[in-house]
Design a protein around this ligand. Structure first.
Ligand SMILES: [Zn+2]
Ligand SMILES: [Zn+2]
Ligand SMILES: [Zn+2]
Ligand SMILES: [Zn+2]
Ligand SMILES: [Zn+2]
Length: 290
């Protein structure tokens, strides 16, 4: 009788498996679903790359969802959803030549969809979509602007009641498609090198995944002031920072034990930290005791 195997023994992994997995992920990032679900042969893959990579390296378009002040609240990536219900990667994103007309249109390529250009569906995810102000689902609206409701209500176009993290209503935002030069003229970051992956949209790095108001570059809220960055390390800071301060002879002046105080807000120099609310708290407690 064969002895029982430990769970780890069931899967035989060849020594170069990791390289195969990496190659597969690279293939997926480059091809997306352009292979129609049937993996390209090595020859087809080479031909595909020969055709699309020059377009991606030279004619990249940046796609973001911006508020009226020009903050890139969302940097659109391959999986972001359009009001036509298809993902960004299902839209046309590779261009032989950058169109001359503005706005630049990124039509949907999903079978049967007549969406004329990618339009970010705020607050939607892979599994759920927000409802419209008219209470009907995104599914019940047309797939072309102004995305009217088809349930016979008075809705004049899809609009979600959601307020963006920037504090502005979602329906005051719009999807912007721009070239590298146009984006730089707006003072927003681009990447200096070409990226071979499909449908990168507005992605420029890891922080691209954060919402605009959290992103500390010019696409979001911007870099905090030097005063904020150089303030003394206090007991409220991250342990790594505190450990560093303890080792750094220059920081002997920053007597840590003394300084349990709230860090300054990087954005609002006039912010009143806690003291005001504490006072009102006490007075209301007294009030209740009466
Ligand atoms: Zn579509
Ligand atoms: Zn679309
Ligand atoms: Zn509606
Ligand atoms: Zn409706
Ligand atoms: Zn916003």
């Amino acid at each position: 009788m064969a002895s029982r195997k430990a769970p780890g023994e069931y899967i035989q992994v060849p020594p170069n498996a990791a390289a195969h997995v990496d190659a597969y992920f690279e293939y997926r990032h480059i091809v997306g679903d352009d292979d129609g679900g049937q993996m390209f042969t090595p020859e087809e893959y080479e031909a595909y790359k020969k055709r699309v990579l020059p377009m991606r390296l030279h004619n990249r378009l940046y796609v973001s969802w911006i508020n009226p002040d020009g903050m890139d609240c969302i940097l659109v990536g391959p999986q972001h959803k359009c009001l036509c219900r298809h993902r960004f990667t299902e839209h046309k994103t590779d261009f032989q030549q950058i169109p001359k007309d503005r706005p630049i249109l990124l039509p949907c390529r999903a079978a049967g969809c007549r969406c004329a250009s990618f339009d970010y569906a705020a607050n939607s995810s892979g599994t759920s979509d927000p409802n419209c102000r008219c209470k009907h689902a995104l599914q019940n609206h047309s797939t072309n602007p102004p995305y009217k409701c088809q349930k016979g209500c008075t809705c004049s176009g899809f609009s979600t009641p959601f307020t963006c993290g920037c504090g502005t209503a979602a329906n005051k935002h719009f999807t912007l498609v721009e070239t590298k030069e146009e984006r730089e003229r707006r003072g927003h970051p681009t990447v200096p090198y070409g990226i071979p992956y499909k449908a990168m949209g507005g992605m420029t790095g890891f922080s691209s995944l954060a919402e605009g108001y959290l992103r500390l570059d010019e696409s979001g809220r911007g870099r905090p002031s030097d005063e904020f960055l150089n303030q003394p390390i206090t007991a409220l800071d991250h342990p790594i920072l505190r450990a560093h301060a303890a080792l750094d002879p220059d920081s002997m002046t920053q007597r840590l034990s003394r300084s349990i105080k709230a860090p300054k807000s990087p954005y609002d120099p006039n912010a009143q930290l806690t003291t005001g609310s504490r006072k009102t708290g006490t007075s209301s407690q007294r009030h209740i005791k009466k």
